[in-house]
Write a protein that binds this ligand. Structure first.
Ligand SMILES: [Zn+2]
Length: 243
């Protein structure tokens, strides 16, 4: 098993992975407070300069809010998918649509989205990747990034040689804040449900092929059997759910 540090920053998980000569940080939390990340580093005897790369799994603000501060602290380059760049640089509240019943209920409780947010710190990525697999061996780690769209068009997942997946929000706790079993993302990028489900389930199926343990942006980690079940359940739900 890879050395994995999982920590909570606000409502989102961040991760630190050991690589040959340092570490890779995955996601940047939802609470704008760099001291959370600093504390995790010091508790684990990691110097900020040992962070060699910061990866943002997708362009939703609950995953990149500390990205600029983390870049300044560590000097590490920031990587994201090309479809996430606008959200990070503008920066934007997530523009999300319901993909299922949970998402529909949540959206009715939320404020309007897709708007620039004056309190979010913008950040410019240094490495922008496309839809092809991206090998991380240059960073001294047996891992790759794969494109897993559906929750947003800019979603990527990190897969290690030990079949561990860091999936952002495409697989997440079924109901937020409850420590519930996993579910397939309740939000997506479009109100075209057919399109949203096609992309989402294709990404889920690829993740199941590539990994056995799943580290999510919210809650987890989840094991293969739980994920298989939640994907099967989500496909069933998609047959009848209508907006
Ligand atoms: Zn998200």
């Amino acid at each position: 098993m890879s050395k994995i540090i999982q920590y909570l920053c606000g409502m989102s998980n961040g991760y630190i992975l050991k690589c040959k000569e340092g570490y890779i940080a995955i996601d940047c939390g939802s609470e704008y407070d760099i001291s959370i990340f600093k504390n995790v580093l010091s508790e684990n005897n990691i110097n900020p300069e040992e962070i060699k790369l910061i990866i943002v799994t997708h362009g939703h603000c609950d995953h990149f809010v500390n990205a600029d501060e983390m870049k300044k602290l560590t000097g590490a380059p920031l990587l994201c998918h090309k479809e996430a760049v606008l959200s990070l640089t503008t920066p934007l509240y997530p523009d999300v649509h319901a993909r299922n019943e949970v998402g529909y209920k949540l959206l009715n409780e939320m404020t309007p989205d897709g708007e620039p947010c004056p309190i979010l710190p913008p950040v410019t990525p240094d490495i922008v990747i496309g839809n092809e697999d991206y090998d991380l061996s240059d960073y001294g780690i047996d891992a790759k990034i794969i494109y897993t769209p559906g929750h947003s068009l800019g979603c990527i997942s990190i897969i290690t040689g030990e079949r561990e997946a860091f999936v952002g929000d495409i697989l997440q706790e079924k109901v937020p804040g409850c420590g519930s079993p996993p579910g397939v993302a309740y939000f997506t990028y479009t109100d075209d449900l057919e399109e949203a489900n096609k992309l989402t389930f294709a990404s889920c199926d690829r993740l199941l092929k590539e990994a056995d343990i799943f580290y999510s942006g919210h809650s987890g980690p989840f094991i293969r059997q739980e994920i298989q079940k939640c994907i099967d359940d989500a496909k069933e739900e998609a047959k009848t759910f209508k907006l």
